[in-house]
Design a protein around this ligand. Structure first.
Ligand code: EPZ
Length: 429
């Protein structure tokens, strides 16, 4: 298994191109199941999760074609991929495919809406909490689906098609919002989704669905109103920039010091995280085509954060921010409110010399003067990258194993960082 070896000590200086967002790409790819005409997605990142989802979609009968190499406006090499679900040949998503990635469960929405049936294995994904599927089941049942769970599969049927309804999510869920939104586009009549997730990836999906012919109002708010239509059409859509990748590199620069331009990043997608970095003493300068991040000499100030649904501080940046706070000049409290088991990086950061104690859903980080390289591993994507961030300043070598987690969500991580001066390499074996 590959590992990433980081030798700490260098500042980061230069330009990092920001890729298309993983968490927008996945639901957008799944939306291709809603139409018999092709959905063309631009700026699709090269990621293991994208490849996994391609396998799932092709199993349903989706054809896909990658356009030849094109220069991207931000210097990234995001691909343009055509997804064509002209003929859906299979409405079952089997365990061996779905268990690798939770988002693959989301095919249940479009399959049910267009084919009136879906049998989808209960999902897998990062082990960051219990991650039930009750909100998916309840919202689809509200749209008239008959749903049962048997032998590890969710079996959903709506013989006469889905019917619009009002459904209020008891808890904000990104995935359940994506699914209910996709399902409602082809339901008969009007659906109102209340307490819907407002994450930019939901907005990106909604905008793409509108381009495909869906009638959706309230986009970007917590109440989405969808007037069902008979069918959706082909469309060409550009995936929005990855706000979590943006925030991760911003925190890496904050950690090492230096001056980096995050090309193609959109500050409005992660304002709360950028505000937090400013509080920590980092210079953040939004520009027309990206964000400049710099820290020159000044000490990092400790800042307390609590994760929250958008527009709050994203849970997907919590581990990275904790990595940063391990070197702050004082004590910070980091509260995780979205997932109940998202502190797995704590004991690995401790191996590098961090001083962190956990009480329930709050981690208290007491900044230290130095971190020291060690062998570490992580069991989820964002936790892994927090170890890379810490490794960038740790004295000596930090070896992060289980790199497949990083490959799920960070495109060319070691190349992007080494171009800015980091000493980082992938070691096979
Ligand atoms: C999405 O996961 C993201 N994944 C996650 O990013 C992200 O951490 C999360 O949203 C929160 O922002 C993708 O977009 C592919 P949720 P999702 O449903 O949709 C509970 C990453 O690293 N819940 O918003 O699975 C759930 O247990 C990943 O890129 C229920 O209780 O998250 C959690 O506590 C990790 N019942 C909360 O809601 C349900 O039926 C929010 O989860 C569904 C969810």
């Amino acid at each position: 298994m590959d590992s990433i070896v980081v030798t700490g000590g260098n500042r980061l200086n230069g330009v990092i191109p920001i890729s298309g967002a993983k968490n927008a790409t996945l639901p957008l790819m799944i939306a291709s199941l809603l139409s018999s005409e092709p959905l063309i997605l631009e700026n699709v990142p090269h990621l293991a999760d994208v490849e996994s989802l391609v396998r799932i979609l092709t199993n349903h009968g989706v054809d896909y074609r990658v356009e030849g190499k094109r220069k991207q406006p931000n210097g990234c090499d995001g691909r343009t991929i055509h997804f064509s679900a002209d003929d859906i040949v299979d409405t079952t998503a089997p365990y061996e495919l779905v268990s690798k990635m939770r988002a693959s469960f989301w095919v249940i929405g479009p399959l049910l809406a267009r084919m009136h049936e879906a049998t989808v294995s209960l999902p897998g994904g990062c082990a960051i909490g219990q991650r039930p599927v009750d909100l998916f089941i309840d919202s689809l049942a509200a749209l008239g689906a008959d749903i049962k769970v048997e032998n590890g599969y969710v079996i959903a049927n709506a013989p006469g098609g889905l019917v619009g309804a009002t459904y209020a999510f008891p808890k904000v869920s990104v995935g359940a919002t994506h699914v209910a939104l996709m399902a409602a586009t082809l339901a008969k009549g009007t659906t109102v989704l209340e307490n819907a997730a407002r994450e930019p990836e939901v907005t990106d999906l909604a905008n793409c669905l509108v381009g495909m012919g869906a009638r959706i109002s309230g986009i970007g708010t917590s109440t989405l109103t969808i007037e069902g239509v008979e069918e959706l059409y082909g469309y060409r859509h550009r995936v929005l920039p990855d706000r979590i990748e943006t925030g991760t590199y911003a925190m890496a620069v904050a950690m090492t010091g230096g001056d980096v331009f995050l090309k193609g990043a959109e500050p409005g997608l992660l304002q709360s995280a950028l505000d937090t970095l400013v509080e920590a003493g980092v210079t953040i300068e939004p520009k027309n085509d990206g964000i400049r991040v710099a820290r020159n000499g000044a000490a990092l100030k400790p800042v307390n954060v609590s994760t929250d649904p958008y527009p709050g501080f994203p849970t997907d940046l919590q581990a990275q921010f904790m990595g940063l706070m391990t070197m702050a000049d004082g004590v910070s409290d980091i509260q995780e409110t979205i997932f109940e088991n998202r502190f797995m990086h704590v004991q690995e950061l401790a191996r590098l010399g961090a001083n962190i104690s956990v009480d329930g859903n709050t981690a208290t980080v007491t900044g230290v003067k130095t971190l020291t390289g060690a062998e570490v591993m992580a069991t989820d994507l964002r936790a892994s990258v927090s170890l890379v961030i810490a490794g960038l300043v740790a004295e000596g070598k930090t070896t992060v194993s289980r790199v497949y987690h990083l490959d799920r969500g960070f495109e060319r991580l070691e190349e992007k960082l080494s171009r800015c001066g980091a000493v980082i390499e992938r070691v096979s074996g």
